[in-house]
Design a protein. Structure first.
Length: 264
């Protein structure tokens, strides 16, 4: 597939590699990026040549830093999309519903919405220099669906609340200790390690893997409904002065002042 602008899609020996290709924006995503990612995942879903999907970012600085805050500052949203909607919920569903194991190959910063993408992936392999964390409350945003509720299933309630309430960044080793990633390797070995895991997976029964993934997902499917309500709230919140202070501060490279809103 060669019509993509924001991503690349490649298939080799059963492994489809989807790469967010916006390194100058630290592989943050705009609405067009999300549209292309959804199409790529569905293409991998339908392809008999694909048994495993890897999601990664271009370069060695970032896996993804989430929604493009510069775009949000410039236009007030994430730019135009095919449907007129910002289809991030559809992307979350595509990662979960693709009936093949999805491996996040984290090659740098996995922050904000980018962090959510790796959490939703079935497996995560991280480069030693990778960094993990949330930034939503710092920029006037949040993910109150899979990005928080499911995260608590992965690392436990206390750790998940720490990640969201403090907006710190964590090393790959810390992420490994918390069960947030499956393996950590030197950066120059990340691609080979993903290939190794993919080779083991593609030798297994695809129907068994499909049913197992669906079985794992059933226990947390209620978070989809929570996420729908959260996206409704988020749309209203991003139009508020409080949210605008967060995004202005981010782009002006200063600390936000949320003090006027604490009593609301």
């Amino acid at each position: 597939m060669t019509d993509f602008e924001d991503i690349t899609y490649e298939v080799e020996n059963g492994l489809a590699t989807i790469t967010i290709n916006r390194p100058k924006r630290l592989n943050s995503f705009r609405a067009q990026t999300v549209d292309e990612l959804v199409l790529a995942f569905k293409t991998a879903w339908a392809s008999s040549d694909v048994g495993v999907v890897a999601l990664t970012g271009a370069g060695d600085k970032a896996f993804s830093t989430g929604g493009d805050q510069k775009q949000r500052e410039e236009t007030g949203d994430y730019g135009p999309s095919n449907s007129g909607l910002f289809e991030i919920d559809s992307l979350h569903r595509a990662i979960r519903d693709t009936p093949k194991p999805v491996i996040a190959a984290v090659n740098g910063f996995a922050i904000g919405g980018g962090h959510v993408l790796h959490v939703l992936s079935d497996l995560t392999i991280a480069a030693e220099h990778a960094r993990f964390g949330q930034v939503g409350p710092r920029v006037g945003s949040f993910d109150a669906g899979f990005g928080s509720s499911y995260l608590a299933r992965v690392v436990g309630e206390k750790r998940a609340r720490e990640i969201w309430f403090l907006c710190r960044q964590y090393t790959a080793q810390q992420a490994l200790e918390w069960g947030l990633v499956n393996a950590v390797v030197p950066g120059d070995q990340l691609k080979a390690e993903v290939r190794k895991w993919a080779d083991e997976i593609v030798s297994l029964s695809p129907t068994a893997l499909k049913v197992l993934k669906q079985s794992f997902n059933q226990d947390t499917e209620q978070f989809a409904a929570i996420g729908q309500a959260a996206f409704t709230t988020l749309k209203m919140f991003t139009e508020s002065d409080e949210a605008k202070e967060g995004i202005h501060a981010f782009n002006e490279k200063r600390k936000p002042d949320f003090s006027p809103y604490r009593g609301n």
